[in-house]
Design a binder for this molecule. Structure first.
Ligand code: NAP
Length: 334
Protein backbone atom coordinates (compact mmCIF):
# COMPACT_ATOMS: atom_id res chain seq x y z
CA UNK A 1 0.00 0.00 0.00
CA UNK A 2 1.15 3.55 -0.73
CA UNK A 3 2.37 4.85 2.61
CA UNK A 4 2.28 8.54 1.78
CA UNK A 5 -0.36 11.20 1.57
CA UNK A 6 0.03 14.09 -0.87
CA UNK A 7 -1.87 17.21 0.12
CA UNK A 8 -2.51 20.75 -1.09
CA UNK A 9 -1.52 23.26 1.57
CA UNK A 10 -2.26 26.97 1.88
CA UNK A 11 1.16 28.66 1.73
CA UNK A 12 0.03 32.28 1.79
CA UNK A 13 -3.29 34.08 1.78
CA UNK A 14 -4.20 35.25 -1.73
CA UNK A 15 -4.50 38.97 -2.36
CA UNK A 16 -6.86 39.21 -5.30
CA UNK A 17 -6.78 36.16 -7.53
CA UNK A 18 -5.88 32.85 -5.85
CA UNK A 19 -2.92 31.97 -8.05
CA UNK A 20 -1.20 28.56 -7.82
CA UNK A 21 1.82 30.07 -6.00
CA UNK A 22 -0.44 30.58 -2.93
CA UNK A 23 -0.41 26.81 -2.45
CA UNK A 24 2.20 24.12 -1.97
CA UNK A 25 2.05 20.39 -2.54
CA UNK A 26 3.41 18.41 0.40
CA UNK A 27 3.83 14.73 1.15
CA UNK A 28 3.68 13.10 4.57
CA UNK A 29 4.15 9.57 5.90
CA UNK A 30 0.94 7.89 7.01
CA UNK A 31 0.80 7.12 10.73
CA UNK A 32 -0.82 4.00 12.26
CA UNK A 33 -4.60 4.39 12.50
CA UNK A 34 -6.00 5.21 15.92
CA UNK A 35 -9.35 4.01 17.30
CA UNK A 36 -12.42 5.45 15.56
CA UNK A 37 -10.47 6.52 12.47
CA UNK A 38 -10.89 5.45 8.85
CA UNK A 39 -8.43 5.84 5.99
CA UNK A 40 -9.77 6.68 2.54
CA UNK A 41 -8.08 6.72 -0.87
CA UNK A 42 -9.57 9.89 -2.35
CA UNK A 43 -10.76 9.59 -5.96
CA UNK A 44 -12.46 12.89 -6.78
CA UNK A 45 -12.22 16.26 -5.06
CA UNK A 46 -14.94 18.85 -5.56
CA UNK A 47 -13.64 22.24 -6.70
CA UNK A 48 -16.04 24.89 -5.40
CA UNK A 49 -16.25 28.63 -5.96
CA UNK A 50 -16.93 29.05 -2.23
CA UNK A 51 -13.45 27.70 -1.40
CA UNK A 52 -12.04 31.13 -2.30
CA UNK A 53 -13.95 32.61 0.66
CA UNK A 54 -12.24 30.11 2.98
CA UNK A 55 -8.76 31.42 2.18
CA UNK A 56 -9.34 34.87 3.65
CA UNK A 57 -8.51 33.95 7.24
CA UNK A 58 -11.48 35.60 8.92
CA UNK A 59 -15.04 36.69 8.58
CA UNK A 60 -16.60 33.70 6.86
CA UNK A 61 -17.30 30.14 7.91
CA UNK A 62 -14.79 27.30 7.44
CA UNK A 63 -11.50 29.17 7.18
CA UNK A 64 -8.29 27.38 6.10
CA UNK A 65 -5.27 28.07 8.31
CA UNK A 66 -1.83 28.80 6.86
CA UNK A 67 -0.03 25.47 6.48
CA UNK A 68 -3.32 23.56 6.59
CA UNK A 69 -4.76 21.27 3.94
CA UNK A 70 -7.36 22.96 1.73
CA UNK A 71 -10.90 22.10 2.86
CA UNK A 72 -12.91 20.30 0.19
CA UNK A 73 -15.51 17.58 -0.20
CA UNK A 74 -14.35 14.35 -1.73
CA UNK A 75 -15.34 10.80 -2.61
CA UNK A 76 -13.19 7.73 -2.39
CA UNK A 77 -12.86 4.22 -1.04
CA UNK A 78 -11.95 2.98 2.41
CA UNK A 79 -8.50 1.37 2.44
CA UNK A 80 -8.09 0.83 6.18
CA UNK A 81 -10.51 1.08 9.08
CA UNK A 82 -10.85 0.64 12.84
CA UNK A 83 -14.65 0.81 12.62
CA UNK A 84 -16.89 -2.15 11.75
CA UNK A 85 -19.31 -0.03 9.67
CA UNK A 86 -16.59 0.95 7.18
CA UNK A 87 -14.91 -1.99 5.48
CA UNK A 88 -12.08 -1.67 2.93
CA UNK A 89 -13.57 -1.10 -0.52
CA UNK A 90 -16.62 0.80 0.78
CA UNK A 91 -17.30 3.95 -1.26
CA UNK A 92 -17.64 7.03 0.95
CA UNK A 93 -17.96 10.80 0.76
CA UNK A 94 -17.25 13.57 3.22
CA UNK A 95 -14.93 16.45 3.99
CA UNK A 96 -11.90 14.58 2.72
CA UNK A 97 -9.93 17.77 1.84
CA UNK A 98 -7.58 18.32 -1.10
CA UNK A 99 -5.32 15.30 -0.62
CA UNK A 100 -4.80 11.78 -1.90
CA UNK A 101 -5.31 9.81 1.32
CA UNK A 102 -7.65 11.12 4.03
CA UNK A 103 -7.49 9.85 7.60
CA UNK A 104 -10.74 10.93 9.23
CA UNK A 105 -13.07 10.05 12.12
CA UNK A 106 -15.73 7.56 11.01
CA UNK A 107 -18.51 9.97 11.99
CA UNK A 108 -17.34 12.42 9.30
CA UNK A 109 -17.94 9.86 6.56
CA UNK A 110 -21.08 8.84 4.74
CA UNK A 111 -21.23 5.50 2.90
CA UNK A 112 -22.48 5.85 -0.68
CA UNK A 113 -23.82 3.39 -3.22
CA UNK A 114 -21.79 3.71 -6.39
CA UNK A 115 -23.81 1.03 -8.15
CA UNK A 116 -26.63 3.54 -8.76
CA UNK A 117 -24.52 6.55 -9.85
CA UNK A 118 -20.83 6.94 -10.65
CA UNK A 119 -18.57 8.09 -7.82
CA UNK A 120 -17.98 11.47 -9.48
CA UNK A 121 -21.74 12.19 -9.48
CA UNK A 122 -21.62 12.21 -5.68
CA UNK A 123 -19.31 15.23 -6.00
CA UNK A 124 -21.52 16.83 -8.66
CA UNK A 125 -25.24 16.51 -9.11
CA UNK A 126 -25.65 14.62 -5.80
CA UNK A 127 -23.22 16.80 -3.84
CA UNK A 128 -24.36 19.17 -1.07
CA UNK A 129 -22.59 22.23 -2.46
CA UNK A 130 -23.67 21.52 -6.05
CA UNK A 131 -26.87 19.70 -7.06
CA UNK A 132 -28.39 19.81 -3.59
CA UNK A 133 -27.67 23.54 -3.33
CA UNK A 134 -29.45 24.06 -6.66
CA UNK A 135 -32.42 21.92 -5.58
CA UNK A 136 -32.77 23.66 -2.20
CA UNK A 137 -32.56 27.17 -3.68
CA UNK A 138 -35.19 26.26 -6.26
CA UNK A 139 -37.51 24.25 -4.01
CA UNK A 140 -37.52 26.53 -0.98
CA UNK A 141 -36.94 30.00 -2.40
CA UNK A 142 -37.11 30.47 -6.18
CA UNK A 143 -40.21 28.24 -6.64
CA UNK A 144 -40.42 28.78 -10.42
CA UNK A 145 -43.83 28.55 -12.08
CA UNK A 146 -44.74 27.54 -15.62
CA UNK A 147 -44.44 30.45 -18.05
CA UNK A 148 -42.31 32.63 -15.76
CA UNK A 149 -39.20 34.32 -17.10
CA UNK A 150 -36.34 32.82 -15.11
CA UNK A 151 -32.76 34.14 -15.24
CA UNK A 152 -29.70 32.38 -13.81
CA UNK A 153 -26.11 33.64 -13.67
CA UNK A 154 -22.94 31.49 -13.88
CA UNK A 155 -25.44 29.48 -15.89
CA UNK A 156 -22.97 27.05 -17.43
CA UNK A 157 -21.30 26.30 -14.08
CA UNK A 158 -22.12 23.47 -11.69
CA UNK A 159 -24.89 25.02 -9.58
CA UNK A 160 -26.17 27.32 -12.34
CA UNK A 161 -26.62 24.67 -15.01
CA UNK A 162 -28.65 22.47 -12.66
CA UNK A 163 -30.73 25.46 -11.54
CA UNK A 164 -31.59 26.31 -15.15
CA UNK A 165 -32.56 22.73 -15.93
CA UNK A 166 -34.81 22.52 -12.86
CA UNK A 167 -36.46 25.78 -13.94
CA UNK A 168 -37.11 24.28 -17.36
CA UNK A 169 -38.64 21.16 -15.77
CA UNK A 170 -41.02 23.54 -13.95
CA UNK A 171 -42.04 25.04 -17.31
CA UNK A 172 -40.26 28.39 -16.87
CA UNK A 173 -38.64 30.21 -19.81
CA UNK A 174 -34.95 30.23 -18.95
CA UNK A 175 -32.34 32.86 -19.82
CA UNK A 176 -28.78 31.91 -18.84
CA UNK A 177 -25.97 34.44 -18.33
CA UNK A 178 -22.44 33.09 -18.84
CA UNK A 179 -19.04 34.13 -20.15
CA UNK A 180 -18.12 33.37 -23.77
CA UNK A 181 -19.66 31.84 -26.87
CA UNK A 182 -18.79 28.22 -26.02
CA UNK A 183 -20.89 28.57 -22.87
CA UNK A 184 -23.85 30.36 -24.45
CA UNK A 185 -23.84 27.76 -27.25
CA UNK A 186 -23.85 25.03 -24.61
CA UNK A 187 -26.83 26.61 -22.81
CA UNK A 188 -28.83 26.96 -26.03
CA UNK A 189 -27.89 23.76 -27.82
CA UNK A 190 -27.26 21.24 -25.06
CA UNK A 191 -29.47 22.45 -22.22
CA UNK A 192 -32.25 23.94 -24.39
CA UNK A 193 -32.45 27.28 -22.59
CA UNK A 194 -34.69 29.79 -24.37
CA UNK A 195 -31.90 32.40 -24.49
CA UNK A 196 -28.33 32.97 -23.36
CA UNK A 197 -26.40 36.19 -22.74
CA UNK A 198 -22.62 36.37 -23.04
CA UNK A 199 -21.85 38.91 -20.31
CA UNK A 200 -18.24 39.24 -21.51
CA UNK A 201 -19.29 40.48 -24.95
CA UNK A 202 -22.86 41.77 -24.62
CA UNK A 203 -24.66 44.53 -22.71
CA UNK A 204 -26.55 42.41 -20.17
CA UNK A 205 -29.15 45.03 -19.29
CA UNK A 206 -29.93 45.85 -22.95
CA UNK A 207 -30.23 42.17 -23.85
CA UNK A 208 -32.53 41.51 -20.88
CA UNK A 209 -34.81 44.39 -21.94
CA UNK A 210 -34.94 42.89 -25.43
CA UNK A 211 -35.53 39.30 -24.28
CA UNK A 212 -37.93 40.08 -21.43
CA UNK A 213 -39.71 43.37 -22.19
CA UNK A 214 -42.29 42.66 -19.45
CA UNK A 215 -39.57 41.95 -16.90
CA UNK A 216 -37.96 39.03 -15.13
CA UNK A 217 -39.97 37.00 -12.64
CA UNK A 218 -37.17 35.06 -10.96
CA UNK A 219 -33.42 35.66 -10.79
CA UNK A 220 -31.13 33.01 -9.29
CA UNK A 221 -27.84 34.80 -8.74
CA UNK A 222 -24.46 33.13 -8.40
CA UNK A 223 -22.22 36.07 -9.31
CA UNK A 224 -23.33 39.41 -7.77
CA UNK A 225 -21.69 42.67 -8.93
CA UNK A 226 -22.78 44.38 -12.16
CA UNK A 227 -24.81 41.37 -13.35
CA UNK A 228 -26.99 41.51 -10.22
CA UNK A 229 -27.59 45.22 -10.86
CA UNK A 230 -28.46 44.63 -14.50
CA UNK A 231 -31.09 42.06 -13.55
CA UNK A 232 -32.51 44.14 -10.67
CA UNK A 233 -33.01 46.92 -13.19
CA UNK A 234 -35.20 44.60 -15.28
CA UNK A 235 -37.44 42.95 -12.69
CA UNK A 236 -41.12 42.32 -13.26
CA UNK A 237 -43.70 43.16 -10.60
CA UNK A 238 -43.50 40.77 -7.60
CA UNK A 239 -40.24 39.17 -8.75
CA UNK A 240 -38.07 36.90 -6.57
CA UNK A 241 -34.30 37.35 -6.46
CA UNK A 242 -32.40 34.44 -4.92
CA UNK A 243 -28.89 35.13 -3.64
CA UNK A 244 -26.98 31.86 -3.87
CA UNK A 245 -23.50 33.33 -4.19
CA UNK A 246 -21.43 36.21 -5.54
CA UNK A 247 -18.41 34.72 -7.26
CA UNK A 248 -17.47 38.09 -8.84
CA UNK A 249 -16.78 39.42 -5.32
CA UNK A 250 -14.76 36.60 -3.73
CA UNK A 251 -11.31 37.85 -4.74
CA UNK A 252 -11.69 41.05 -2.69
CA UNK A 253 -14.10 40.41 0.14
CA UNK A 254 -12.99 43.48 2.10
CA UNK A 255 -14.49 45.63 -0.63
CA UNK A 256 -17.66 43.85 -1.69
CA UNK A 257 -19.76 45.96 -4.03
CA UNK A 258 -23.40 45.76 -3.03
CA UNK A 259 -26.24 46.21 -5.51
CA UNK A 260 -26.85 49.84 -6.40
CA UNK A 261 -30.20 49.03 -8.10
CA UNK A 262 -31.82 47.58 -4.98
CA UNK A 263 -34.57 50.23 -4.91
CA UNK A 264 -36.12 48.39 -7.85
CA UNK A 265 -37.17 45.83 -5.20
CA UNK A 266 -39.41 48.47 -3.65
CA UNK A 267 -40.63 49.88 -6.92
CA UNK A 268 -41.49 46.42 -8.30
CA UNK A 269 -42.83 45.00 -5.00
CA UNK A 270 -40.14 42.30 -5.17
CA UNK A 271 -38.13 40.23 -2.70
CA UNK A 272 -34.46 39.28 -2.45
CA UNK A 273 -33.58 36.32 -0.25
CA UNK A 274 -30.30 34.53 0.35
CA UNK A 275 -29.78 30.97 1.47
CA UNK A 276 -27.07 28.47 2.36
CA UNK A 277 -27.79 24.83 1.64
CA UNK A 278 -26.52 23.63 5.02
CA UNK A 279 -29.46 25.32 6.76
CA UNK A 280 -31.80 22.78 5.13
CA UNK A 281 -30.52 19.37 6.33
CA UNK A 282 -34.09 18.06 6.51
CA UNK A 283 -34.30 18.41 2.71
CA UNK A 284 -31.07 16.59 1.79
CA UNK A 285 -32.60 13.12 1.36
CA UNK A 286 -35.52 14.36 -0.77
CA UNK A 287 -33.20 16.53 -2.86
CA UNK A 288 -30.75 13.70 -3.47
CA UNK A 289 -33.50 11.22 -4.34
CA UNK A 290 -35.10 13.59 -6.86
CA UNK A 291 -31.76 14.58 -8.41
CA UNK A 292 -30.73 10.90 -8.68
CA UNK A 293 -34.02 10.17 -10.45
CA UNK A 294 -33.50 13.07 -12.88
CA UNK A 295 -29.93 11.92 -13.50
CA UNK A 296 -31.09 8.34 -14.17
CA UNK A 297 -33.90 9.33 -16.55
CA UNK A 298 -31.84 12.00 -18.32
CA UNK A 299 -34.05 14.97 -17.28
CA UNK A 300 -30.98 16.73 -15.85
CA UNK A 301 -27.38 16.43 -16.99
CA UNK A 302 -24.21 17.79 -15.47
CA UNK A 303 -21.04 17.53 -17.56
CA UNK A 304 -17.77 17.27 -15.69
CA UNK A 305 -14.52 19.15 -16.26
CA UNK A 306 -11.86 16.96 -14.65
CA UNK A 307 -8.22 17.88 -14.01
CA UNK A 308 -6.09 14.83 -13.37
CA UNK A 309 -3.68 14.77 -10.42
CA UNK A 310 -3.75 16.27 -6.94
CA UNK A 311 -0.96 18.69 -7.87
CA UNK A 312 -3.40 20.32 -10.32
CA UNK A 313 -5.83 21.44 -7.59
CA UNK A 314 -4.39 25.01 -7.39
CA UNK A 315 -4.61 25.28 -11.17
CA UNK A 316 -8.21 24.00 -11.03
CA UNK A 317 -9.26 26.72 -8.58
CA UNK A 318 -7.76 29.39 -10.82
CA UNK A 319 -9.33 27.76 -13.89
CA UNK A 320 -12.77 28.09 -12.25
CA UNK A 321 -12.35 31.78 -11.46
CA UNK A 322 -11.25 32.36 -15.04
CA UNK A 323 -14.45 30.66 -16.19
CA UNK A 324 -12.72 27.59 -17.64
CA UNK A 325 -15.26 25.01 -16.49
CA UNK A 326 -18.51 23.92 -18.07
CA UNK A 327 -20.54 21.97 -15.50
CA UNK A 328 -18.87 20.48 -12.44
CA UNK A 329 -15.16 21.02 -11.91
CA UNK A 330 -13.38 18.10 -10.25
CA UNK A 331 -9.83 17.07 -9.51
CA UNK A 332 -9.06 13.38 -9.87
CA UNK A 333 -6.81 12.70 -6.93
CA UNK A 334 -6.11 8.98 -7.24
N1 NAP B 1 -25.68 29.26 -1.07
C1 NAP B 1 -25.12 28.05 -1.01
O1 NAP B 1 -25.43 27.20 -0.16
C2 NAP B 1 -24.06 27.71 -2.03
C3 NAP B 1 -23.50 26.42 -2.07
C4 NAP B 1 -22.58 26.15 -3.09
C5 NAP B 1 -22.23 27.13 -4.02
N2 NAP B 1 -22.78 28.36 -3.90
C6 NAP B 1 -22.46 29.43 -4.86
O2 NAP B 1 -22.87 29.00 -6.14
C7 NAP B 1 -22.11 29.70 -7.11
C8 NAP B 1 -21.59 28.71 -8.15
O3 NAP B 1 -20.63 27.87 -7.51
P1 NAP B 1 -20.02 26.59 -8.25
O4 NAP B 1 -19.12 25.96 -7.25
O5 NAP B 1 -21.12 25.83 -8.90
O6 NAP B 1 -19.10 27.24 -9.36
P2 NAP B 1 -19.27 27.20 -10.96
O7 NAP B 1 -20.51 27.97 -11.31
O8 NAP B 1 -19.09 25.84 -11.48
O9 NAP B 1 -17.97 28.04 -11.36
C9 NAP B 1 -17.94 29.41 -11.11
C10 NAP B 1 -18.28 30.18 -12.40
O10 NAP B 1 -18.43 31.54 -12.06
C11 NAP B 1 -18.20 32.31 -13.20
N3 NAP B 1 -17.43 33.51 -12.81
C12 NAP B 1 -16.18 33.55 -12.29
N4 NAP B 1 -15.83 34.82 -12.06
C13 NAP B 1 -16.88 35.59 -12.47
C14 NAP B 1 -17.13 36.99 -12.50
N5 NAP B 1 -16.21 37.87 -12.07
N6 NAP B 1 -18.32 37.43 -12.97
C15 NAP B 1 -19.26 36.56 -13.40
N7 NAP B 1 -19.07 35.21 -13.41
C16 NAP B 1 -17.91 34.75 -12.94
C17 NAP B 1 -17.39 31.45 -14.18
O11 NAP B 1 -18.21 31.21 -15.32
P3 NAP B 1 -18.26 32.26 -16.56
O12 NAP B 1 -17.36 31.70 -17.61
O13 NAP B 1 -19.69 32.25 -16.93
O14 NAP B 1 -17.76 33.57 -16.04
C18 NAP B 1 -17.17 30.15 -13.43
O15 NAP B 1 -17.25 29.03 -14.26
C19 NAP B 1 -21.01 30.44 -6.34
O16 NAP B 1 -21.41 31.78 -6.12
C20 NAP B 1 -20.98 29.71 -5.01
O17 NAP B 1 -20.47 30.48 -3.97
C21 NAP B 1 -23.68 28.68 -2.92
Amino acid sequence: MNNQNTRVVLGRRPVGEATPDCFSIETEELQPLTEGMVRVAVEYISVDAGTRTMLKGEGFHNQVGLGDTILASGVGRVIESTVADFKPGQAVRGGLCAQTIATVPANMLEPIDDSTAPLSAYMGILNGSTGITAWIGMHHIAKPQAGEIFVVSAAAGAVGSIVGQIAKLAGARVIGIAGGKAKTDYLLNDLGFEAAIDYKNEDVSARLRELAPDGINVFFDNVGGPILDAVLDNLALRARVVICGAVSQYDDMDNITGPSMYLRLAERQSTMEGFAYFHFPESFAQAEAELAQWLADGSVVLPESILDGIERYPEALQFMFNGGNIGKLLVKAG
